[in-house]
Design a protein around this ligand. Structure first.
Ligand SMILES: Nc1ncnc2c1ncn2[C@@H]1O[C@H](COP(=O)(O)OP(=O)(O)OP(=O)(O)O)[C@@H](O)[C@H]1O
Length: 279
């Protein structure tokens, strides 16, 4: 991997500085991720129905939608894990499905329902991810220690991942996704099952990463969190993008949650479930 494309995980610098130092001039305006007319059909179920999305370089991008909206399917296609029925994905201008190796070297991925080699300890798993990316052992050891500490996993480092809680598993998978300091992080529900202190720590790490010129796209159901964290957002429903842009543009004068409910619909105003009452 070309080290010049890597972002610093630990030393926040301004986006402008990082960009000036690390990115060739012609690449400055190239989006980190471009999704064009992307379609996924599972037999007769159209999970993703011709979506277009541009994730600007250096943005913190939230993809929100109800259960089954198509977020995981879209992110899986965007990261080269699921072959699209139609459409194109460009990571930093590189076609993911034509040049998978080169495109994938630029990204770190936290998939939904992560499959991990869970017989390994947390430390071994992160180390293994670093070595797979071609980093030298000394760098891997340093970064593994940094990530374990930042994610509050140092004490659990020597235990097998199969014995981790759901939140700890999410955190160790996140560490494995970040060890090669990619220029784009694609995170499917990164805060799901993670305790509030760890979630705040992860948010700090991600903010510093974006300040350093990295790009994050994450999916979430938690509107408050996305509104607080993300400078760009897309609202997905039933395989379509209903709105996309800066978070302020998309929410307008409302909260993101109100805007979401307004666009997506489906709120049920009811008295509740009659038999579920105690008296
Ligand atoms: N392998 C599959 N085979 C058939 N249908 C699938 C498959 N994977 C996803 N789907 C369907 O595609 C639609 C989109 O699913 P997807 O997992 O992308 O939604 P999501 O927005 O990530 O939902 P959630 O927030 O619940 O994780 C759903 O209707 C789902 O049932």
């Amino acid at each position: 991997m070309d080290d010049s494309t890597e972002q610093s995980l630990s030393t926040p610098v301004s986006t402008a500085e990082a960009v000036a130092a690390e990115v060739p001039a012609e690449a400055l305006h190239r989006p980190a991720l471009e999704i064009q007319n992307l379609v996924k059909a599972f037999k007769d179920k159209i999970a993703v129905d011709g979506i277009n999305l541009t994730i600007p370089r250096g943005s913190f991008f939230g993809l929100v939608g109800r259960n089954g909206a198509g977020k995981t399917t879209s992110l899986s296609m965007a990261t080269g894990m699921l072959r699209p029925t139609a459409g194109t994905v460009l990571i930093d201008g590189i076609n993911v499905w034509e040049n998978p190796q080169s495109a994938k070297s630029k990204i770190g991925v936290l998939p939904d329902g992560v499959f991990l080699f869970d017989k390994l300890t947390g430390e071994q798993l992160i180390t293994y991810a670093g070595l797979l990316h071609g980093l030298d052992r000394a760098t891997v050891a340093q970064r593994t220690a940094d990530l374990l500490a930042a994610l509050d996993l140092t004490e659990a480092a020597g235990r097998r991942v199969r014995d981790y809680s759901a939140g700890m598993t999410k955190k160790v998978a996140l560490a494995a996704a970040m060890i090669h300091a990619p220029s784009l992080l694609v995170l499917d529900e990164p805060f799901e099952a993670v305790d509030p202190v760890s979630a705040s720590n992860i948010q700090d790490i991600l903010r510093a990463y974006v300040q350093g010129g990295g790009t994050v796209i994450l999916s979430s159901h938690v509107m408050d969190l996305v509104q607080r964290l993300c400078d760009h957002v897309a609202i997905m429903s039933d395989g379509h993008i209903l709105a996309a842009g800066t978070t302020d543009e998309v929410r307008g004068d409302s909260s993101l949650e109100d805007r979401f409910v307004e666009l997506v619909g489906g709120r049920k105003i009811s008295e509740g479930i009659s038999w579920l009452k105690s008296s």
